[in-house]
Write a protein that binds this ligand. Structure first.
Ligand code: DGL
Length: 255
């Protein structure tokens, strides 16, 4: 079977890594909508239009059996539209508010996400359904998307700048012990964030839960012989091609 991971950029790589860890033989193709990155500051109708236009094209081109919308922003805005459009199973990636609410000891969680995810009614519904008895602070952290993109392209980031940005974001927020990385780009910065944040703050993302979900939705994960392809909607430099191949992709293409 062939899996398609969809994101606005390199964020999908955090989900690809979680999938590879659980299903090392699975054929995974990935799409990054770099021509339209970031999604986090776009309108819901734009995001929905991109998702429902591009995914069906990729399903046909790559003979996809299952789709993972590895983007909290796209999932919280357009999952149901996409499910109506394609016959393949579609797995969404949404903010891990439920597990975070179960883990917090001080009953206060911070959710870092894009502006669009912070403002979505889907996110509010997750809070109402799973975290109504605790305090949830939503923080728009769109700047982290650029740090994560930079890390993939250059192999490193300016950690002083990153910690300054995050310190400003969380300044003045009362005591919390759990932080939800509610954008697939953010787990790519987990190492740097953990080094900077106080030790007692637990970072939660959706990667492993999404990987586990695949076995419910598509029980057979046997591999198929075809090159694992990474497709971007914008041209990428040759150094970036090399960086992507180190994640296990055989080829990089332009859509
Ligand atoms: N990776 C995407 C997410 O999970 C968003 C990044 C962007 O703003 O495009 O929300």
């Amino acid at each position: 079977m062939a899996l398609l991971i969809f994101d606005s950029g390199f964020g999908g790589l955090s989900i690809q890594q979680a999938m590879k860890q659980r299903y090392p033989e699975l054929l995974i193709h990935q799409f990054a909508d770099h021509a339209h990155l970031p999604y986090g500051t776009k309108s819901p109708s734009f995001i929905s239009h991109r998702l429902t236009t591009v995914v069906p094209q990729l399903i046909q081109k790559l003979e996809i059996d299952t789709v993972v919308v590895a983007c909290n922003t796209a999932s919280t805005h357009a999952l149901s539209e996409l499910r109506q459009r394609v016959r393949q199973p579609v797995i969404g990636v949404v903010p891990a508010i439920k597990p975070a609410a179960q883990l917090t000891h001080c009953n206060h969680i911070v959710v870092l996400a894009t502006t669009a995810t912070v403002n979505s009614t889907y996110t509010q519904q997750l809070i109402d359904d799973h975290a109504s008895s605790i305090k949830v602070t939503l923080v728009a952290a769109d700047g982290l998307v650029s740090f994560a993109e930079e890390k993939i392209v250059l192999g490193h980031i300016d950690t002083t700048q990153l910690s300054k940005y995050v310190a400003e974001l969380i300044a003045g927020i009362s005591e919390f012990d759990t932080m939800v990385l509610a954008c697939t780009h953010f787990p790519l910065l987990k190492e740097e964030l953990s080094a900077f944040l106080p030790n007692h703050i637990r970072l939660i993302d959706s990667g492993d839960a999404v990987a586990r979900r695949l076995s419910d939705v598509a029980p057979s994960q046997s591999s198929r012989v075809a090159p694992a392809t990474f497709i971007s909607s914008a041209p990428l430099s040759l150094t970036t091609h090399d960086a992507i191949k180190r994640f296990g992709f055989d080829q990089v293409e332009l859509l």
